[in-house]
Structures are given as structure tokens and as C-alpha cells.
Write a protein that binds this ligand. Sequence first.
Ligand code: SF4
Length: 803
Amino acid sequence: METKSVADSSPAIEVTNACHATSLDAGIDGDMPVKYTVSVRALWEFSAKRGNLDVRFTPAPSAEEGIVGHKTVTSRRPSQYQSEMSLTGEYKHLLVRGRADGFDPVLNQLEEIKTFRGELGMMPDNHRQLHWAQVRIYGWLLCRKLGLPRIGLALVYFDIVSKKEVVLNETQEAGALKAYFDDQCERFLNCAEQELIHGAGRNEALIHLTFPHGSFRTGQRQLAEAVYKAAVLGRCLIAQAPTGIGKTIGTLFPLLKAWPGQKLDKIFFLTAKTSGRKLALDALMLIRRAQPSLPLRVLELVARDKACEHPDKACHGASCPLANGFYDRLPQARSAALALAGADVLDKDALRGLAHEHRVCPYYLSQDLIQWSDVIVGDYNHYFDLGAVLYGLTVANQWTVDVLVDEAHNLIGRARKMYTAELDQSHFQSARRSAPGQLGKVLARLDHSWNAFSKESAEAYRVSAVPDSFLAALRQAINAITKYLTENPNGIDGELPRFYFDSLRFTGICETFDEHSLFDVTANVRNKKASGVKKQTSRTRSVCVVLYLRNVIPAPLIARRFAVARSTVLFSATLSPYRFYSDMVGLPQNTGWVDVESPFKPEQLLVKVVSNISTRYRYREASISPIVDLISRQYLQKPGNYLAFFSRFDYLQRVTRQFRSSHPSISISEQRRGMDEIEQDVFLARFPPTSRGIGFAVLGGSFAEGIDLPGSRLSGAFIATLGLPQVNRVNEQLKLRMDTMRNAGYDYTYFFPGIQKVVQAAGRVIRTQSDRGIIYLIDDRFTQPDVRRLLPRWWKTERFQGA
Ligand code: SF4
């Protein structure tokens, strides 16, 4: 078989290669029957899940707690104990594989270890039955492997708080286990055969897939070839590619072409914003329409609060009607979804309709459909977060996946948020007031720890280490609330649930705490009424502290996700310098880099560097009048739609105020803090092709990236400042840490993120090859070589001193 490399010949992606025969290509009617591979986990989940959806016995221990719990149990076992045994077995067209937790050959006992928190007795019976199903399947696979006539099976429940084990045992004959295994496989078989047919048809169609637009745009081919090559080589890629070349389809198409040859199981398309998901779904629909015979199942994932039909209810059968009997109705809902997936993408609306028809929860239906989908379009956190579902399933099922990360310049900031936790003392105090009496003692102990903490925090801000005594008190409080919650599932309200989940997150993040993160404490001084005083005659001061576990460099945590995927492609219009992004997110050494040629010509864009204005903090006041003059002069010279960007809201407001009073006849719109989606739409609606006016916005905000105003909808942009993040106590601590770890404190904290925001904002002006526009870069530092090196190569800048 020949695999044609993209590097060998540029049109390789369009060529139909007959070389990509996979095990599925023979089809199930071929001479050599192919196998459908299923993990033990997927098998028992499919065949043994019955009854109600019930996530009450949660929150389960975090992944890190689970790992530590497993290690604790296995460390207690004798030397002959064998951990993590890989096991496989076959049944007709099925290949079942998985990893059993441990086996003691002397006792002839196979163990499945489950970590838990709370009351084991509250675990729903169907959960326990699932655990037995799992250990029995492993039991047969081991009997088969070692030729054992019978075996002891044990479910080991390990309480991560008390560190105690509860062990449930049974002994099974090999024959009985085989019958059980065969029965579970038989239930899955029909589905497996359909999956084999689906996979074979999909792969065959992908081999013949042609580019839906007929030809590539300038730069799009270069991008597509680099992505294809990365997929074939099984490595990561950073792709900087300008706006307007069609990056979404330019990355999806080559991965789909690479699919059969690389025997992929899934592609994950991850976005930072909802608008990115929509573009990906549209691109996939376009590919499907161009090749109607392509049976590609496309699923959109949304957050639970966006999909939930009963936000006032809890996710268990006694509370939510869509959880009641969920697993009994799931097979029909799943079949209907897979039938629909043949004609349409399974986006949020489609899933909602299906869920309504079959009376199941749309969110948990979408979670089930991950297993059966080919391309999954979701948010970054579906793969990169600590408890990310796509990452977890990929590891558990040993899937071969390729990952696309759209607008990847956002990944550093988003990942930092995912690995950061905060705990606010004022939230704790509110929670304590609304807590039931039986939690009083444990919360009083935690209060004592908080107070000791706040007394120490005479300074408004300090970097510290998490005190062990505080963590111990917090963990005790969590355990007490968990116990209360399992006994009284509907019994807590007010601020307590919020504090509880914040605390769980805080202790979870604490487990990953290392030099990549900071622990800092901010003290907020508040004046409050003195107690017992009816009229407000006196006030006392109270100090509430906010604790932060603040991720600085996400690389060590994200790197694990890159290692699990076969190939990951990070793409965006602004990923310079490459070293900064790859270093911060922890891409492997052999990651490829492509800087895609721009389709735009320098003649399309005038870039004027206004070098006689300084926007440094001490000169801001003095810069306002010249900036107002500059904007108005350009507008009067060439009326049209313009955006003016500023580093901060207060700067924006001062310029806007002066502009409004100096030029009342010019229409303006102003970005405000915390605008919701409707307000943002209203702001953008003021930029039709026929209108004229100035929009004032902040760099890095909603109107500085991810918006499309082609043609005369936007004639130009003014960018005041280098976009450098504010110098404050937190950023100075980040800089110190970045200096220690990367020897690049200023660049990594201020300079590179700042210029990236400038280039993103400027990228709003030229969106198509017929656009024309102007950009004013307002600050003398834009003339410096270090800054110019980070600007797009196709820009031709000229100095402008007319301000
Ligand atoms: S509809 Fe909402 S409350 Fe009901 S199971 Fe789904 S997510 Fe939970």
C-alpha cells in the first residue's frame, strides 16, 4: 500500500488514493471478517444500563483523586499483585478490550477499584449493577487468557476521605462468565454490525471525497496540505493563517481525507466561542451536501446549562421527568438520532427535538451520542478541562483522534481559566448563614480557619502557600456537605450549593498545584453596619479574603491532552511568535509550524503608524485631543464606518466623551462593560454597508475579534496603545513567575499578548480580496523593530505625523 505524502505533490489532497484500505474497507461480507473494537466500558454501559439517569451520587472524586485512590489500594496489596492488566476477547464481529485494575494470582481474585466520596449506601442500585457487569466481563477475559476454571471477583469501594475499603466478593465459574460475556456481546452485536457498515461506508466515501468548492483559495491549499501532513505523520501543528482564506473548511477537509489512512475514530473540532461552532457545523454541512453519499455523523456539544430543559430540577428520576426512565428510552432516542445523522448535523436544535420526542434529557443524550459520532464540534473545555468528557472518553476507549483547535490564540487564556480556582470568604459567610444546623460545627471550624487567614492578610494582596490547616478544614466541610447532600438531595439551597461546588473545584485544582501556578490572597476591606444598631449610626470594618489558585503556565496540564491525540492542529490568524504559543501550551518538540501566505495585497490596506502620539499611561490625558482630531479628520476626509480600539474602558470612555462633545453630528456607538449577546448584536447592527459612524471598543473585547464586517461595513480602524495588559499586582506576579520559569517575564506577560490583541483588532478591516481600508496604529512604539516583527508580513506601514 502506498501513502502519498502531501509533501510529494501539491494536489495530493484532491487525488483519490486507493491506498487507504483499512480493516473496515473489506466490509463485513468480505473474505476476512473484520472486527468492531469496543472497550469493556462501552460494552457494559451499552448493555447493562437501565432505568433512571441519576447523578446524585456525585460529585465523584476528581480524576486526580481517583488516580491517588487506585494507587493507595494497589500499594496495600501483596507483591504478587498484578495491576492494570490489559485484556481482550472476541465474540463474532466484536473485539472487546480493556484494562482490569488488578489480579492476585495467589488468591485467584480479580479486583475492580472504585473511588467514592460520601455514603456508599446511597449509591443507586443500577450503578452497583453496572460495576458488577464490568468486573464480570473482565472476569471472563482473564479466565480465557489464563485458562482458569473459576475466579474470585471483587468490587473494591475506596472512600477517598476515610481511606477505608469496602470489598464486595463473589466467585464465578468460567462457563457462567463466558455465558454472561456472550450475552452482553450479543446485545451489542446488532449495533456493532451497523457500526461496521457505517464505518466502511464512511471510509470509502472519504477516500473519494473532493473539495466542496472546486478549487482552493490562496493560502487555503497551503494550510490544508500542512494539516494533512501533520495528520499523516501523527504530530501536532501550529498554523498561522490569515482571515478570509476559509480556515474552517481548510482544516476539516484534509483531516477527513486523512481519516481512512490513519484509521481515525473521531475528529474533535474545538472552538472558543459559539460563533466558531456554527461555522464548523456549516462547513461540515457543505462537505456533506457536496457529497451526499458521505455518511458522516456530526454532533454538536453544548454546556449543560444551555441544553437543560428543567433548570429548576436535579438530574435524577425523582426530580426531573427527562431523567426518569432515561436509560429505558435512550436506545430509541439514539436510533432516531443516528437515523437523522444520515441527513443532517446533530446540532443543539436537532437534539432538542429528538429529546422532546423521546422524553429524554437532551444534554445526556448528546453525551451518549459522542460514542457514535464521527466529528464532534464543541468548546475547548470539552477536551482541555480537567474533567473534560472528550478527553476522558478518548483515554477510556483508546480512541484514535485528531483535534482541531480553532482561534487557538485564545487557548492560553482559556486554559488558564480552566486550571484556576477561587474561593471567596464572603460567599462562605453567606453560605454559612443559610446552612442547615447539622453542618454548623464543621462550618464554624472552617470559619475559624478563614478568620485566621484574614488576620494574617494585613496586606491587600500577597502571594503565599495554601495553609494545610485551612485545606484540612475545607475538606472536612466538603465531606460533611457531601454526606448531607446524599441524605437530603433536595435539601440545600441559598448560597451553600455555590460554595460547595466552588470548594470542590478549589480542592480539585489544589491537587494539580505546582510551580506552573500561584496561590494568592486578596483582602477586601468592607464597611458594614455595626450589629445591634438600628439606625446606621456606626460602622465596623470587616476584611474578607479571596483565595486564588491561579494558573500561570498551562503547558504541563495541556500537554497530556496533546499526548493522547494522534494529531492536534492549533490554528488562528495570530499565533506569532510561534515559540510563545507552543511553549505556553506545552506542544511537543516535533510540532510543525506553518505561516500561511496571505491572500491580501499590500495595496488593499494603508497602515499608518502615528508616531507623534504616545499612549503610555503618563501621557494618556495628553493623547485624548490628538486622537479625537485624528479620528474626526479621517472620517470627514472619507466618511464611512470605523472602529476605534483602546486598551481599557476608562481610556475609551474619556476619548468617547470628548469626541461626542467636539463632533456631535458624527454618529457613534460605544462598547460598555458586560454587554450581553443582544446588546452586542445591536452594536454590530449599526454597521450596515450604507451607514457611517464610529464604534468605540476595547482591545481583546467582543468587537476586536471573531466579528466579520466585510466591504463598506468597515472602512478602517484606529488602534490606540500596544494593547499591553495593565501593570498590576497580579500581572507583576505572573511576570515574576514567567521570568523564573521561562526567562521571558515581560514578553510573555505583557508584550506578546498585547501585540496579539492589536493584530486581531486590525484584522477586522480587510476580510475579502476586494476590501480596501485603512488602519492607524497610534503610538510611537509601533515604529520599534520588535513590535514590527510581530505585525503581519503583508502589511506595508508608513509613518504618519499629521496628528
Ligand atoms: S433536563 Fe436538566 S435537570 Fe433534567 S436531567 Fe437533563 S440536565 Fe438534568
